[in-house]
Design a protein around this ligand. Structure first.
Ligand SMILES: Cc1ncc(COP(=O)(O)O)c(C=O)c1O
Ligand SMILES: N[C@@H](CCOP(=O)(O)O)C(=O)O
Length: 464
């Protein structure tokens, strides 16, 4: 299996090189050349297996022998042993056909832990094998940063730099990023929004001299290994609801389009998924795009689900590549237009292909608060604002009599102010994080400018 870039002008790479590369050298995102196929029988055989066992059965197709099976299994086992629930990602029933897939039992209470705990181990393994070091950079709207810092803290072969938008993440998210005592961790508040952080990360990758000097690597969902790890829970959830002999729908609170793209990948691999529903908050660029065929930035608004306050949804590029029949020139011209004018049009055939696979809806902040309140009253279940965005949109898109799973992407205690104002409950952090808000903070603040960030990283990275 090799990996090709959505922009078609970078060399195809094997799994390990794609893992370390993050973004392709032509600015594109890596994807497997073809989708591995699982038959219905293969999928039935996943029944009764543990999460780690299923992960191995899925991920081996993407790793394709580049890491020996026994080593891959060990990494998977260690990654999922960090989760505080025996099922790793338990499925909770909240209505006759309504389910919530709890992805927040990892160390930082967000779905990002599922991929990040494995990614750190995979990178460490490949770097050790090659006797190399790397400089990891990541942009975060709040959750990726904490998960990455937790997963990479103290690892000898990497220094990690996380850029977060100053004042735009929740206090719990900020403290998770800024209270690490590990010397290889650098949390950096940028004077800008998440899109500024993400743009700077991508510009750094496109600055080839800098990229090579510090041996840059990325842990955002631009990195294929992030997506691949997230494919697994679509299989475990569907299988536990009768898949592949019954179709299951999923609604996914969406920002950077990584999590829902993983659902699309599961479907392409043969998992019978009925509806795949994109749920956005007031920053509804994806819902608008599906309706109008025009991807158009309109400025970001701060909401109660800050991790989804995103306009430039980086994995949408992977979907465009697919929708245009894997034609990289169509992706290049869409991305050039986005850069130049903040918008691009999707051709009718490609839009039709997208609409065949996805539905979309949005929840306003009021609807999110109402959903938290109503779900609590009706079922006793407490949602975080991101998951509530999903539940609201799921209710509008469920097919009667057919199971609908909403991905619960964060624990409510990460967003106590929003949860309290919606329903009066102040959700407590789990015991192992009880002292989090009293831990000392350590971070730097920089202007949202490429040069300032490159200078900072150049001064602190040990891979120079
Ligand atoms: C809690 C939470 N929910 C949903 C999302 C959206 O996920 P994605 O960016 O993969 O679409 C994010 C971050 O991106 C998140 O942190
Ligand atoms: N919501 C994310 C934004 C970055 O997304 P990623 O999946 O591309 O890492 C966050 O919490 O940081």
């Amino acid at each position: 299996m090799d990996y090709i870039s959505t922009r078609g002008e970078a060399p195809a790479l094997g799994f390990r090189d794609a893992l370390l590369a993050g973004l392709a050298r032509d600015g594109g995102l890596y994807l497997p050349r073809h989708w591995p196929q699982l038959s219905k029988r293969d999928i039935r055989n996943l029944r009764g297996k543990s999460y780690a066992e299923v992960a191995f059965e899925i991920l081996k197709h993407f790793v394709d022998g580049e890491i020996p099976d026994d080593k891959l299994k060990t990494m998977i086992n260690e990654a999922y042993a960090t989760f505080r629930h025996p099922a790793v990602v338990p499925l909770v029933q909240t209505g006759p056909n309504d389910f919530v897939l709890e992805l927040f039992h990892g160390t930082t209470l967000a779905f990002k832990d599922v991929a990040m705990q494995l990614l750190a181990r995979l990178m460490d393994h490949v770097l050790a094998e090659r006797g190399e070091r790397a400089t990891i950079v990541g942009a975060t709207s709040g959750d990726t940063g904490g998960a990455a810092i937790d997963a990479f803290a103290g690892r000898d072969r990497t220094d990690i730099f996380i850029l977060f938008p100053e004042g735009k993440v929740s206090p719990v998210q900020q403290r998770q990023m800024t209270s690490s005592t590990a010397s290889n961790v650098h949390a950096v508040a940028l004077k800008g929004n998440f899109d500024d952080c993400q743009n700077i990360v991508k510009e750094m990758f496109n600055d080839v001299a800098f990229r090579d000097r510090v041996k840059l690597s990325g842990v955002n969902s631009i990195n294929w290994a992030r997506i691949m790890a997230q494919v697994v829970y679509y299989f475990t959830a569907a299988v536990s609801l009768g898949g592949p002999d019954r179709k299951v729908s999923f609604t996914v609170p969406t920002g950077n389009f990584g999590d829902i793209f993983a659902g699309y990948v599961a479907k392409k691999m043969g998992l019978p998924i009925d509806r795949l529903v994109i749920a956005t908050n007031d920053n509804d660029i994806l819902a608008r795009t599906l309706k109008t065929g025009r991807y158009e930035m309109q400025g970001v608004m701060a909401t109660t689900s800050p991790s989804m306050d995103i306009q430039i949804s980086s994995n949408f590029e992977r979907l465009l590549f697919e929708a245009y029949g894997r034609d990289p020139s169509a992706v290049r011209s869409s991305m050039a237009s986005l850069k130049q004018s903040g918008a691009f049009e999707i051709k009718p055939e490609a839009l039709k292909a997208i609409k065949r696979e996805f539905r979309a809806g949005r929840a306003t902040q009021e609807q999110v608060a109402e959903t938290i309140r109503e779900t609590l009253e009706a079922t006793g279940y407490l949602l975080d604002p991101h998951t509530a965005t999903g539940v609201f949109v799921a209710q509008k898109n469920a097919r009667p009599g057919s199971p609908m799973v909403t991905l619960a992407t964060a624990h409510p205690a990460k967003f106590p102010a929003a949860v309290k104002s919606a329903c009066g409950i102040d959700p407590a952090l789990p015991s192992w994080l009880a002292d989090l808000m009293h831990r000392e903070e350590r971070f730097d603040t920089l202007d949202a400018e490429l040069k300032a960030v490159e200078t900072f990283i150049g001064d602190h990275a040990r891979a120079n």
